[in-house]
Design a protein around this ligand. Structure first.
Ligand SMILES: Cc1ncc(C[n+]2csc(CCOP(=O)(O)OP(=O)(O)O)c2C)c(N)n1
Length: 624
């Protein structure tokens, strides 16, 4: 790597000519491909922003100037150019670099991100803080057209336009969210992009009106309304201009010279400015350009042909959910599916194909998704909002106010609950049981298997109120759908093994751990009771009271924060009548890495549970 090897700090980019910067971009792209094909990661977005990243770091002086990456999944080139070239191969692995900007990792990662649409808010705060502290530096936010579908981006633009603060917002428009972007705004961006004559027309309009002789200011004012409405119809960037932003675009996002010029120009305007950059997601790697959705986040693949190295066998929870939803929707026309830009991730592709009129992708807009679903429910539908646990956090007020309080039958299929592994703390679903449990009227279930998940979905349809079903990422298992999807009795746990002395009570993935722990204890001659709690709310109070009265110790196992989670609910139920030992996630943000390693690290393993459950101290040492 002739150029990349010379860069240990972004300041090193100053030594290169524009032609050399373009060659450097090629090397960066190669380095990203070499690494991600080995270890997996967010490929397509990072490939698409290579030239943009090189251009930004060559024009700006990071960290004095600040780049805020929205979502942060496109930051691989940035990592390579900011002193992390040598450790780049460790990205997303246990103990290695994060797959997202991370404040602890580098001074060049100004903010830590992972969730979408926050960059303009961060950027505006940074600029205002610099003003108040008389610090300096330019701030450039980079967000995708997908991230722009999130309302918070507009809340920030609304304020920025009002404050008139110098802030550069680069819209990286590749027409893609994880899949093809949706919404009226995307159509607007498309229209700007597709017709270059519009840019000229805009300039002609501005100049033309000003130049008409002998008409004077009055005529100009009279004509202004006409001009404005014509502009609104025809002129690129008008929407942003109305929000108080200058607009520069459309810029070829793979042309180093054009990028550098427009960034310089944007900074020189000294006011809020949008730079509309057109990029190709997956740029430079044919399989990723052809299927940017498949290469948005990928596992290891063969560089030669783009084929994934290992495909998981069995059925994941996500797939089991998607299958059951389709099956139930065949006979229940009230069922509609709602996703916030996560159709594939939440297993809704088949549903969309089968029932396009009952499928809604609302964009990266979880808050809206929740209230939209509330409206659908009031209107007589049975909306199922499929959402990752971590992104559901966005919609919390809506859960409480618009769904819980109104007792509306909205079903939340909460995917990626528990540890997700490589994406780390921004994406772990560590808190949903805690934040959901306090909402009155909400029924909360967590399946221990794919079959249970399908039955829970069936059960949810009979409940006249809001329901959340939380289940983990991946975890494929051999699975044949039950012939009948029998509903469960609401609030009833399932006793898997009736024993004595110690009761191991698992919820969700905790059930598997509890079962394995029980097997270890049985090997040592103990006879624990094993329970699949199934429901976090309502709890099976009668069973818990019985277990408390007949056992010497209860042990709860969950993949959720201990604070306020399932074990806390059990404690609240049984009080001090029996000792309760709780296993779950600690009061800390869990880092990224292989899920098994993380669980090992956190002591959330069958061995640790068995050791704590063993009644006789000697067993503690014997359990291996
Ligand atoms: C609040 C939130 N919801 C969902 C996601 C999942 N997500 C990650 S990237 C992405 C698409 C982003 O599209 P865009 O901003 O256009 O960037 P691109 O990948 O196209 O470069 C989505 C939906 C997220 N990170 N944050």
């Amino acid at each position: 790597m002739r150029y990349l090897d010379k860069i240990s700090d972004p300041a090193d980019l100053q030594q290169f000519s524009e032609r050399e910067l373009t060659l450097l971009a090629g090397e960066v792209r190669e380095a990203i491909l070499a690494c991600v094909s080995e270890v997996g990661g967010h490929l397509a977005a990072s490939l698409g922003t290579v030239e943009l990243t090189v251009a930004l770091h060559s024009v700006l002086q990071s960290p004095r100037d600040k780049i805020v990456w929205d979502v942060g999944h496109q930051c691989y080139a940035h990592k390579l150019l900011t002193g992390r070239r040598d450790s780049f191969g460790t990205i997303r692995q246990y103990g290695g670099l994060s797959g997202f900007p991370s404040r602890g990792e580098s001074v060049h990662d100004v903010v830590g991100t992972g969730h979408a649409s926050t960059s303009i808010s961060y950027g505006l705060g940074l600029v205002e803080a610099a003003k108040l502290t008389r610090g300096g530096g330019n701030v450039v936010c980079v967000l995708g057209d997908g991230a722009l579908t999130g309302g918070v981006a507009f809340e920030a633009m609304n304020q920025a336009g009002h404050l008139h603060t110098p802030l550069v917002v680069i819209i990286n428009d590749n027409e893609m969210s994880i899949r093809a972007n949706v919404g009226a705004l995307q159509l607007y961006l498309n229209r700007i992009r597709l017709d270059p004559t519009l840019t000229r027309l805009r300039e002609d309009l501005e100049r033309g009106v000003a130049r008409i002789p002998a008409i004077g200011q009055q005529a100009y004012r009279l004509g202004k309304d006409v001009k404005e409405s014509m502009k609104a119809l025809l002129v690129p960037g008008m929407l942003f201009e109305e929000l108080g932003f200058a607009y520069i675009g459309v810029v070829d996002g793979h042309d180093m010279h054009a990028l550098r010029e427009s960034v310089r120009q944007a900074i020189d305007t000294r006011r809020p400015v949008v730079v509309h950059v057109k990029t190709v997601k997956g740029k430079g790697y044919e399989p990723a350009e052809a299927r940017p959705d498949a290469f948005h986040g990928t596992g290891p693949f063969h560089l030669g042909n783009g084929v994934r190295k290992a495909a998981a066998g069995g059925t994941t929870f996500t797939e089991a959910f998607g299958q059951a939803l389709v099956r139930l929707a065949e006979t229940d026309p009230r069922i509609v599916a709602v996703t916030a830009a996560m159709t594939q991730g939440t297993g809704l592709e088949e549903f969309e194909r089968r029932f396009p009129e009952r499928f809604y992708d609302v964009g990266i807009a979880e808050e809206h998704a929740a209230v939209f679903a509330a409206g659908l429910a009031i209107g007589g539908m049975r909306p199922v909002v499929a959402v990752y646990s971590t992104f559901l956090q966005r919609a919390y007020d809506m859960l409480v106010q618009d769904i819980g309080l109104q007792r509306l039958p909205v079903i939340f299929a909460v995917d990626r609950a528990g540890l997700v592994g490589d994406d780390g703390p921004t994406h772990h679903g560590a808190f949903d049981l805690s934040f959901l449990r306090v909402i009155p009227n909400l029924t909360i279930m967590a399946p221990s298997s794919q079959a249970e998940l399908q039955r829970m979905l069936r059960t949810a349809l009979d409940i006249d109120g809001p329901v959340a079903i939380r289940y983990p990422r991946g975890m494929a298992a051999p699975f044949a759908a039950p012939a009948e999807l029998e509903p469960l009795a609401v609030g009833e746990a399932r006793v898997l093994e009736e024993g004595r002395d110690v009761a191991l009570i698992g919820i969700g993935t905790g059930v598997g751990i509890a079962r394995e722990a029980a097997a270890l204890l049985q090997d040592r001659g103990e006879q624990p009771t094993v329970v699949d709690a199934r429901f976090v709310k309502p709890l099976d109070a009668a069973l818990l009271e019985r277990l408390a009265a007949t056992h010497r110790r209860l042990v709860t196992v969950e993949e959720n924060a201990l604070a306020g989670g399932f074990g806390s609910a059990v404690l609240e139920q049984v009080g001090t009548s029996v000792p309760v030992v709780r296993f779950g996630l600690p009061d800390a943000f869990v880092p990224h890495g292989d899920r098994t390693l993380l669980l090992e690290d956190l002591g959330l393993t069958p061995r640790a549970v068995a050791a704590a459950a063993a009644l006789h101290p000697a067993a503690l040492t014997r359990v291996k």
